[in-house]
Design a protein around this ligand. Structure first.
Ligand code: C2O
Ligand code: CU
Ligand code: CU
Length: 513
């Protein structure tokens, strides 16, 4: 399929002619002007040299890459690569030998300017998932640039410390490009996190979980279904299959990201190691919370305090996805990776009782407390056997510039938004994501018919802390409290099952000053 070949999904989409793909030339791309290179400032260092920089400049490119994933032939795909032009060396660090993108790292308060060159041979644009950035650099599909062009993204880092990520966002081709290998971590640090005393360095492990299917010559096959999306038959972690991570008898901070096109995971260690959650999409929780397992749908992140201190040397601890039920072929059990405890180490670090301060939003403070915005998930177009069906959000499919009256809000207001997943010919799980926002889950309700599926996942829904993506199960209604950002302009919200997104399960959201 890569990069020029048409996937079956794209052929189907063309046949349906959903929306217009308006690709603007570089000149029309609204890109902030790169400021003069910042000088290391007098800012007081907290715990690393990195904080001494006000401005970081990174050259990022995306283009064809052949990488080793399985034994045997290399796998062709697309990868990001980076060079730090100005800033500390750890502002962009490649994952050795992996197709998965370099990990970008910044401190809250810094400005990261990314000059991104598209060498993929196809139009593309990059989105900074979870970061609150101006509309012009948010990765809206209207800002796609042609291959050979460069876009400048000036990103003032105003988010709190957390595990964010970046990936392409072109209209109708996001799944293709992420599946081909385009995604990376964007980690933000701040002083509150540094004071929490969590594991750092090699004990702070970002782990991106993806799935894929390969042909006999190790090339990726993309064969999505309309309803589930794409479910691959191999699990990859940071771009590698059958990962065994050599670990010490230490505490690890695992930053888990679901970078899969469609697959939802129900994560637990195969032994008795607790799933101690310390963070979610928007950074640290107020306090650690233990779960029997953790649901992680595409786009979501969760930080785990993994304590291997009392493990015997030689122990092998699989991280698994457990069985659950859905209406969408999701939920087969599968092994994700294995931690091999092969080194003794001493550590007397304690799980902090308090991790961060979180201001709890209250429904009564929302400007629309008695009149929530309601976005229904539904479906259109299903012929006999479901062929041609596509999922809709708020009654419509994606349209490049269209904004419905209930998709407008004033900057910086607090709103309550209700998402319902109770209608349509196929009611299936969806990960719903809002660009630029970190919101709070107010509550969930589920219809009696949804209960059987819901009971298999409910104890692992981490509705704590700050979220930018949440799983909504069949029959569920989820209410969230959202404080809109300070940047006016066009943003988006969508299903992060990328096959659904590409089929139009995405809408614009307009913030007005
Ligand atoms: Cu990670 Cu618009 O998404
Ligand atoms: Cu996003
Ligand atoms: Cu969906």
């Amino acid at each position: 399929m890569f990069p020029n070949q048409d996937s079956p999904m794209r052929q189907v989409m063309r046949a349906f002619g959903r929306g217009m793909s308006v690709l603007m030339p570089l000149a029309a791309m609204v890109a902030a002007i790169t400021p003069a290179a910042g000088q290391p400032s007098a800012k007081v260092a907290v715990s690393a040299d990195a904080v001494e920089w006000d401005e970081i400049e990174i050259d990022l490119s995306k283009g064809p890459a052949a990488r080793s994933i399985l034994p045997g032939p290399l796998t062709n795909g697309l990868s990001y690569s980076a060079a730090v032009r100005h800033g500390p060396p750890d502002a962009a660090v490649a994952m050795p030998g992996s197709y998965f993108g370099p990990t970008l790292r910044a401190w809250k308060g810094q400005v990261v300017t990314v000059r991104l060159t598209n060498n993929t041979g196809i139009p593309s644009v990059t989105h900074w998932h979870g970061l609150d950035v101006p509309s012009e650099v948010d990765g809206h599909p209207r800002l796609s640039i042609d291959s050979g062009a460069t876009a400048t993204y000036r990103l003032p880092i105003i988010n709190r410390a957390g595990t964010y990520w970046y990936h392409p966002h072109p209209d109708m081709a996001t799944a293709d490009q992420v599946y081909a290998g385009l995604a990376g971590f964007f980690i933000v640090h701040d002083e509150e996190e540094a004071a929490a005393g969590l594991p750092t360095g090699q004990y702070d492990l970002p782990l991106c979980i993806q799935d894929a299917t390969f042909d006999a010559s190790n090339q990726r096959i993309y064969n999505p279904g309309m309803v589930p999306g794409f479910l691959g038959n191999r699990i990859l972690v940071n771009g590698k299959a059958d990962v065994v991570h050599s670990a010490a008898t230490r505490v690890y901070r695992l930053r888990l990201l679901n970078g899969s096109v469609s697959r939802i995971y129900k994560l637990a260690f195969a032994d008795s190691t607790p799933m101690m959650v310390i963070g979610t999409d928007g950074g640290l929780l107020d306090a650690p919370r233990q779960y029997p397992y953790v649901m992680l749908s595409p786009g979501e992140r969760v930080d785990i305090w993994a304590d291997f201190r009392d493990k015997p040397l030689g122990a092998r601890i699989p991280l698994r996805s457990l069985a659950f039920s859905s209406n969408a072929l999701q939920g087969s059990p599968v092994d994700i990776m294995t931690f091999s405890i092969d080194r003794p180490a001493f550590e007397n670090r304690r799980l902090p009782a308090r991790l961060s301060h979180i201001e709890r939003f209250r429904l009564e403070d929302a400007v629309n407390a008695t009149n929530p915005k309601v976005y229904a998930i539904n479906a259109v177009g299903g012929g006999p056997g479901g062929g041609g069906m596509r999922f809709t959000l708020n009654g419509g499919l994606f349209d490049m510039m269209a904004v419905a009256p209930n998709e407008v809000a004033r900057c910086e207001t607090l709103e309550v938004i209700t998402v319902t997943n109770t209608a349509g010919m196929m009611v299936v799980p969806h990960p719903i994501h809002f660009h630029g926002r970190q919101f709070q889950i107010l509550d969930r309700t589920v219809t009696p018919t949804g209960l059987a599926n819901w009971n298999t996942v409910k104890d692992g829904l981490v509705d704590q802390g700050w979220k930018d993506t949440f799983l909504i199960m069949p029959g569920e209604t989820v209410r969230i409290l959202v404080r809109h950002g300070a940047y006016p302009g066009l943003f988006m919200y969508h299903c992060h099952n990328l096959a659904h997104e590409d089929m139009g399960m995405m809408r614009n959201f307009l913030l007005t000053p």
